[in-house]
Structures are given as C-alpha cells and as structure tokens.
Design a protein around this ligand. Structure first.
Ligand SMILES: *Cc1c(COP(=O)(O)O)cnc(C)c1O
Length: 499
C-alpha cells in the first residue's frame, strides 16, 4: 500500500512522506491506496483490546514504513496515563436506551482534538528521523480555539519541531485564550492576530503558498508543515476510537459483535466524521452515519441536494469549532465514493475555488445518501438540548455534543430507526461553560461572572469537578503577549524561527 493525492498529481508516497508533507503538491489530500477489512470474527478477536492495542493493530497497517516497535513507541508516548484517564482514554457512557456517548474530551486540552494531536507529533518525529534530511519542522497553525491549544500540548518540547500558533484577538473564548497564552515549552510561540479567524487562516495559507519564503526557509534548514486535519497523520488516529466505542458497546451488552450501529458526529471540517466512514469501510458494522451541523449548514444542504455552496453568511454560534464554510475533508469522501476519480475531484475543487460552489453527479450523491443522513441544529435547539439532556438524564453535554444529540433526535423522529447509536462527544462542557451554564440555569445568575467564575459555578451546580487542565488557568503566568497585524504574520514567524 502507498499514499496518493485525491487530485491525481502524486502517488507512491510512504506514510512518513505523507505525514511530513501534510498536503500534496497539487493541493490535494493524501489517501491510502488500500484499507484493511476486519470481519465480525476479527472484531470478536479484538473484543478485549484496550485502546493502545487497538491503535497498534490499526496503525500497523497504515504506517507502512514504520516497524511494529516504532508504531508501539508512538502509541505508548501518546496515550500516556498522565495525559488521559488511566483505565480508558475514551470512555463510552450509556445515555438512553438507544444512545451511548463516546467521550473524546478527557485529554490535556479537554477537546477531542487531543485524541489525534497527542500522537501526530510522535508520527512526525519518527517520519522525520526516517526521511533524515535533517531539517527542522515548523508547525504553523491558525486556530479558532481548540486546534491551537491541542497542537501546542502535542508538540511542546518535541525535538526537531517548532510550533507557531496564531489566534484571532476577537474570536476565542477567555478559557481558550488563557489555555494558549500560558502555554509552556521551549519550542512554542503563540501570537494574537488583530482580526478574525479568517484573517488568521488566510495569513497562514499565504505563508504556506509563498514559494520564495519557503525556499529561503529550506535553505536555512527549516520546513513548514501542518497540524490541521488535512494531514493524514491526524486523521488516521481518529479511526481507532470508532472501533473502540463499538467494542465498548458490545462489552456493555448493548450490542452483539456483528450488529450494526449508527454513529452521530457533530461536524465542522469533516475530519472526525470521515474517520467513521473509513472505519465502516474497514468492516465496522455501521448502518448510518449522521452528520450534525449548527447554523452553518453547508453540509446539510450538500447531503440533501448534491450542491456544495459556500456562498452564504458565516454565522457565529455557541459551537464555534463547527463554524466553518469549507469542510476540507469532504474531498477525501468524494474521492472514495467516486471510486478514486481524481479528475472529477479536481473539477469540483477547482470550481469551489473559483465560484464557491460545485454540484456532484446524481450517482455520487445517491451513494452518499445511502450512508449519510444530515441535519442541523439551531442555536435555540442546541441550548434546549443541553437543558433537556441535563434534566432528563443528568448528563452535561457541551454545545458541540448537544448539536449532535439534537440532530440524532431529528433522525429518530424522521426514521423511527431503533438501531443503537454511538453519539460522539467532542468537548468538555467546562470548556464552553458560559453557554452550558446559561442553558441549565437562569442566565441572570451568571451574566456578571467571568468565564473562570462560571467554571466554579457550573461545578457547584452540577457537582462535577472542574477538569484539571482548566483549573487555575487565570492564575498562571502569561508567557505569550505578542500581537501582530495579519500583514506581519510572515515576519513574526521568521523572527521566531530564527530566535
Ligand atoms: C474541531 C471540533 C469539531 C469538529 O470536528 P471536525 O473534525 O472538524 O469535523 C467538533 N467539536 C469540537 C469541540 C471541536 O473542537
């Protein structure tokens, strides 16, 4: 097996090359040429695997130029008991007769991105060693909040790699901001950009696309790379937890191995949900994949009509990690359902670039509709679902998770399908505490509290502990104070790299 670009311009890459480069030279995304397929009998043999054993099994196939020992090293370093709960990094909790919640937020930054960003640095370190050109990797990231902190935690103090994170001055929550500006580590830099997330994101894209600047960096011994979910090394780890959640449902007696389940995923960039599709392709018994969006419902419209149209108002919501108009990983799904038609994918993406929209052919959208079901939750519906889930099941869901649970209810209403469902929970409710607290109590009670005070308010009200990584955040030393204009991002990056 090897890796190739969804746009047809590159093939025959090893895992190390795909991970280190991040994105193909033709602008496409790397995909594996083959997938392993597990039978029900194989799943039966894996029934008692813990998270690390499952990760070793799955990575063993895809990390085609790593030895088993090298893979195991990466796994051991990533899913340490100091970073994740010792007994299970991703617990499955039964919510209702039909729904179990897969909690992916018990890592060091309290959002699901840790599941992948704790191991991507290990993959990258090993890949760099293998390719051996001696260049130092510089991870450059623009963040709307969660990715930046997860990348900083994952890459801090990793030899041979530097990390630069840009966040919009007015665009992240106080908790998210403090998580970043108090970040420790000898190889990390956090810079605020005067602007919104789009400004920060465009600035980073410009730096990646600046050939002259990249050539200069290469000459001086540096190479830029990405920690975004366009990187295969970040997507791959997400496949593991769908198998893990399925086997947990079997152990908990909800299903027998071989039974089909639904999965329900709150979606933004389409990375998390694509991993569930790949898991299904690899033999995980899945009936339906439910794609949940917030008010930014580009994907809902696409799944219903076959037209992807990003020409619409960008809405700011209480589930900000899903406020996105271009879901990059959809490109990988299109490549797969068209049977690897790189020419068609290139056409769609070129059209998206020039006009902001594309329409796939009937056969393609029909095969997508056979697997996916999509809807969106409004802001009110999201808040009501937080409140209802808490009052009916004493379960505190964050707004992203709540978008998923709300859309699951719509699915059940529409179809009456009683298939057991694994609903993905992507963030700790304490990370988005203001909207959670407002949803389960009277808003007047908290309107004058800071986000840090709301942490304690929420904890007292629900008797749930504040997660350790969020405790005392506002009392930690502020280590990153730099602010720059979007036009100064390149200069700031260079200054840090050379310091
Ligand atoms: C990033 C994120 C998402 C969206 O995941 P994608 O892989 O981008 O679809 C959902 N919820 C939270 C809390 C996130 O941080």
């Amino acid at each position: 097996m090897f890796y190739k670009s969804t746009r047809g311009g590159q093939s025959d890459l090893t895992f190390s090359e795909a991970v280190k480069k991040g994105i193909a030279t033709d602008g496409g995304l790397f995909v594996p040429s083959e997938f392993p397929v597990y039978s029900a009998e194989d799943l039966g043999k894996m029934a008692d695997y813990d998270y690390k054993a499952l990760a070793n099994e799955i990575f063993g196939f895809f990390a085609n130029d790593f030895t088993a020992d090298e893979v195991n090293n990466c796994v051991e370093n990533a899913y340490l008991s100091g970073n994740f709960p010792m007994d299970d990094p991703a617990p499955t909790v039964k919510l209702t007769e039909n729904v179990s919640v897969l909690e992916l937020f018990h890592g060091p930054t309290c959002a699901f991105k840790d599941m992948a960003l704790q191991i991507l640095p290990e993959f990258m370190k090993q890949s760099n060693k293998k390719l051996g050109d001696g260049k130092e990797i510089v991870i450059l990231t623009a963040t709307s909040g969660d990715t930046g902190k997860a990348a900083l935690e994952g890459f801090k103090d990793v030899d041979g790699i530097k990390v630069v994170v840009f966040y919009p001055v007015s665009g992240v929550s106080e908790v998210q901001k403090y998580q970043m500006i108090t970040q420790e580590g000898k190889n990390v830099k956090v810079i605020a950009v005067e602007g919104n997330f789009d400004d920060a994101q465009s600035g980073v894209k410009k730096i990646f696309g600046d050939d002259e600047f990249n050539a200069k960096l290469n000459e001086e011994g540096f190479e830029l790379s990405s920690a975004n979910s366009i990187n295969w090394g970040r997507l791959l780890p997400q496949i593991v937890y769908y198998f893990h959640g399925y086997l947990a449902m079997a152990r908990q007696g909800d299903i027998k191995i071989g039974d089909k389940i639904n999965v329900c995923v709150p979606t933004g960039n389409f990375g998390d949900i694509l991993a569930s599709y790949y898991a299904m392709k690899m033999g995980l018994p899945v009936n339906r994949i439910i794609c949940a969006s917030n008010d930014n419902n580009v994907l809902t419209d696409f799944f219903h009509t076959g037209t992807y149209n990003k020409n619409r108002e960008f809405k700011t919501t209480i589930s900000p990690a899903m406020d996105i108009l271009i879901s990059s990983n959809l490109e990988r799904l299109l490549y797969d359902v068209t049977g690897g038609d790189a020419e068609a994918v290139l056409g769609y993406m070129t059209s998206l670039n020039s006009t902001g929209l594309y329409t796939v052919d009937t056969k393609t959208i029909e095969s997508i509709q056979n697997i996916f079901w999509a809807a969106n939750a409004t802001e009110d519906e999201t808040r009501i679902t937080i409140s209802k889930t808490y009052s009916e099941h004493t379960y505190l869901a964050d707004p992203h998770t709540s978008v998923g649970l709300c859309v699951y209810d719509k699915y059940f209403e529409a179809t009456g399908d009683k298939t057991k469902t694994l609903a993905v929970s992507t963030a700790s409710p304490f990370k988005f505490n203001k909207s959670v607290a407002e949803s389960i109590s009277q808003p007047e009670k908290i309107q004058n509290l800071s986000e840090f005070e709301v942490l304690d308010y929420l904890s007292n009200k629900t008797l749930l502990p504040v997660p350790n990584p969020l405790k005392g955040l506002d009392k930690r030393e502020i280590l990153h104070k730099d602010v720059c204009k979007p036009s100064e991002m390149k200069e700031e990056t260079y200054k840090y790299i050379k310091s």
